[in-house]
Design a protein around this ligand. Sequence first.
Ligand SMILES: *Cc1c(COP(=O)(O)O)cnc(C)c1O
Length: 268
Amino acid sequence: MRSVTPGTGDEHPAAPAGADGDGSADRPAPAGADATPATRRDEIAAGLARVEAEIAEACRAAGRHREELTLVAVSKTYPASDVRLLAGLGITDVGENRDQEASAKARDCADLGLRWHFIGQLQTNKARSVAGYADVVHSVDRPRLVTALSREALAAGRRITCLVQVALDGDPARGGARPEEVEALADAVAGAGGLALGGVMAVAPLGEDPGRAFARLREIARSVRDAHPEAVVVSAGMSGDLSQAIANGATHLRVGTALLGRRKPFVR
Ligand SMILES: *Cc1c(COP(=O)(O)O)cnc(C)c1O
């Protein structure tokens, strides 16, 4: 089972940059480049070039423009030095799924002016910490979390953009609200101090064509926008399904593996 739950062992041994030798065999060789990149920067640059090529092709196919999309680089399990390299390559948005790791990296990288996206399941007792660094929380899936984030955002004097995470398979076990709960949650976020309703987020369910799942998300996003015209964000698409997400109206792609390499142990 795929999981984004904190503490599932989706952990990388925080290898220093360029020292992840045996992992490189799991990654596709950079197109038209040396199969053993000289530096970690080259390796990440090659990953970014591949991802941008895939985005460009999907935009062409869907008749969309690259500027409509934000690439959120998911740096979980990788060290702050990789975030620094990503920023040097033009990345402006970074995603993390565990508070402890995210808060330390956000602190290490405070000089880079990045936008931090919290994309993992969030316990209410972590709301204070997350409200200290996150610009966007993608995983708002229950009323108590709205209350907690609102309180902490106000206390910190910050305004946090929140996305309502939708469980597209109707099963909230891995995070996300049931589709029928989305409207009320969107209203709650929109009415909460310190929070701004950004839109919706989803992970494609296992065992279903991601295109079909993202088509449902697109409809849900549309109905949220009917009530809240400002809620234009559709966060969908990861390394394995970003073209299907682009074809179905995604505005934010959350990409880890394709940029930084496979996380060990392999969970997804
Ligand atoms: C880890 C993660 C991603 C990135 O997944 P990749 O397959 O590595 O691109 C995206 N979204 C969420 C919620 C994640 O936890």
